[in-house]
Design a protein around this ligand. Structure first.
Ligand SMILES: O=C(O)CCC(=O)C(=O)O
Length: 387
């Protein structure tokens, strides 16, 4: 394959049809025999490329952000009310925070990291058994962001596993590596329980329930039907574990691991690679690097929580940059209501001075939206806004 860079920075594409099919096999496959240049399929228009210096090994050396830190132990203890105030501020001003002292055992975290690494290290033939372009499939190995529609591919392979109801979906998860099912089940149960406690704190921070440090609901009544103010409905909600693999890239300044996007659900709990950075969030109109704290989760507000909070909490754009020296793995746990539930602004957060800002939405709206057009920044959320 030969490529030439044009004056406008694009690379002449000499790709044949069969080569284009090869890209659907993923970036790990592409890099299998070693490549010195990024193929045209992955090269972004100049205006969408990340502003990174490929010679600088530490991408976070400039433009880093110190995200607010929420101490989960404080949230469960006597400092709960103060921590709730910090949580609300983080969700309003950043849409992101780092969660420390989350209480999930190191073995569970090491376990999921280990199986993710092993899964992406399997031969392509084994990984490809789980390839599916069906967005409803409970197990989906794939590449790029939305490979059905992406005009430019991004430098990521992924494994997406639905986790609810666990006993029903678990038998469809990969049987290799052999410890994968156990490790993912363990991680999904632990993150679900953490998510439910965080949602309880979120509802409290929005003034929708009153709880004490030990989680007793003091019973402020809710008037919402399908998006009522109780954590009960979150318990039966959807959960998706996404393992991301970003192989090292010969020309990281030309492409992205994941393009700018916001997450569709209520909250995402993200386990970062301990050695390799790559996550950037949009803050005050700038792309800034997130430097994860050891043993923490990066937590972010998703579109559904922005809608539910009637715009008070922000679902913020984020993206992933890649680098030329080391592969990176991250694991995200995305949570929302059941797939068929309707998400709408909580009626208690709507009044004359704060009118309803979003239309009702559900998961099928979202799937329809991304299947029908190229995913482009936060269009989905914009499409739910009432003007
Ligand atoms: O890899 C990361 O740090 C971010 C992953 C992400 O944004 C996603 O899975 O949607």
């Amino acid at each position: 394959m030969g490529f030439a860079i044009d004056e406008d920075g694009s690379r002449e594409n000499e790709m044949t049809m069969s080569e284009s099919g090869e890209y659907h096999k993923g970036v790990k496959y592409l890099c299998g025999n070693g490549i010195a240049k990024v193929p045209a399929m992955y090269i972004l228009p100049v205006s969408e490329r990340p502003d990174i210096d490929p010679r600088n090994i530490n991408i976070a050396s400039n433009h880093s952000i110190n995200l607010p830190i929420i101490d989960f132990a404080q949230l469960q203890g006597t400092n709960r009310s103060q921590t709730i105030v910090s949580l609300a501020k983080a969700c309003q001003e950043y849409g992101f925070f780092q969660l420390i002292n989350h209480g999930i055992e190191v073995d569970c975290i090491d376990g999921i990291r280990d199986v993710s690494k092993k899964f992406f290290g399997l031969p392509y033939e084994e990984r490809s058994k789980y390839m599916s372009r069906d967005m409803h499939s409970p197990v989906r190995y794939g590449t790029s962001f939305n490979q059905n529609n992406d005009k430019v591919f991004c430098w990521r392979d992924f494994l997406k596993l639905s986790c609810h109801p666990l006993s029903e979906v678990l038998p469809s998860w990969p049987s290799s590596p052999p410890e994968l099912r156990q490790a993912v089940a363990n991680f999904s149960m632990n993150t679900k329980s953490l998510y439910l406690k965080l949602m309880e704190a979120m509802l409290e921070s929005l003034g929708l329930i009153e709880t004490t440090a030990n989680g007793i609901n003091n019973g402020k009544e809710s008037s919402s039907s399908s998006s009522s103010s109780s954590t009960m409905e979150f318990e039966d909600g959807s959960q998706l574990i996404v393992m991301n693999c970003y192989p090292s890239c010969p020309e990281p300044e030309l492409t992205l691991g994941i393009p700018p996007h916001s997450d569709y659900g209520f909250l995402t709990l993200l386990l970062q690679d301990q050695q390799v950075q790559g996550l950037q969030i949009q803050h005050q109109q700038e792309w800034v690097n997130v430097e994860p704290l050891p043993n923490s989760f990066i937590v972010n507000v998703g579109d559904h929580l922005e809608i539910f909070s009637n715009g008070r909490y922000k679902s913020v754009l984020h993206r992933v940059v890649v680098n030329s020296y080391k592969s990176r793995i991250s694991v995200a746990s995305l949570h929302s209501l059941p797939f068929d539930a309707v998400v709408r602004p909580s009626p208690k957060l709507i009044d004359i001075s704060n009118p309803r800002r979003y239309k009702d939405t559900d998961f099928s709206n979202f799937l329809h939206y991304i299947a029908s057009r190229e995913h482009n920044t936060k269009n989905f959320l914009d499409s739910r806004k009432l003007t």
